[in-house]
Design a protein around this ligand. Sequence first.
Ligand code: PEP
Ligand code: MN
Length: 334
Amino acid sequence: MIAVVKMGTPKKQIDNLISWISSQGVMVHLSEGEYQTVLGLIGDTSKIDVDLLEGLEIIDSVKRISEPFKSANRKFHPDDTVVDVGGVKIGGGNFALIAGPCSVETEAQIIEVSRRVKEAGASLLRGGAFKPRTSPYDFQGLKAEGIELLSEAKRETGMPIVTEIMDVNHLPLFENVDMIQVGARNMQNFELLKELGRTKKPILLKRGLANTLKEFLMSAEYIMAGGNEQVVLCERGIRTFETYTRNTLDLSAVPMLHELTHLPVVVDPSHACGIARMVKPLALAAAAVGADGLMIEVHNDPMHALCDGAQSLTPEQFADVSARVKGVLAAVHQ
Ligand code: PEP
Ligand code: MN
């Protein structure tokens, strides 16, 4: 249930109302926007007398909502959330380019890639240290050493770092990581999501391989319910019957998610198609359809990459995509 408070209501009266609602066993999420203050009532709202609430002098309107995601719901929180990752803002008109290799391989590789993507306009550095691979015989990542190398690249370039967590027990290793990625395969690892909800780190939540947008938002809700509202959603392609591309990029997810939630939405065209030459057109399309950022895999030597070389751009190709994305953003915001 949401209750819109009349403009100009003194804070004291809003606080009194929140205490009264809370005393009935219902949690209240307060959203103070530029134009509106909205109270999101979370939990069993059946005990709340809607007529009584609506009749209060300070209440503008009350609406029951049916969506099971409350904290992520735009109805509760009309303004876009802006997530700050080590000084880099994502959402609410702030577009972020996240770039780097699929996995951190060597010191020379991550330092070179980070320098090159930064020069080309990337604001955040990605790189996998713990890699979720389909085969147990494939390269599994450098693990703790990979995070160390990412931190070194951060010291060199000043770029905040994004890397994937696969196990709750690894959380202490992520202390210097600026944004923790939850990969597609862990989107519904609820114990991991709950633990991340207790952290203060921004989370990059990737959509599961075969998950609906409602399930995606419920996973974001798990993190937010724990008190961490710094969540960025990432559309990275879903499984369909198509086999020419690795996945099928669901671009319609971007405007639909923007309607449903206030959380920023970024697009990963690399994992969506799996083919380097397709990354540019998909990246431009994602920018045109309103994404708040892009996550793109870039490698200094894609032919010899230990993971996902086929979809990795060279730094030159990334520089071209970055420049063209700027053009698209300028055109759509005209
Ligand atoms: C990744 O970003 O490196 C990755 C493994 O992506 P996904 O979880 O989307 O497959
Ligand atoms: Mn990858």
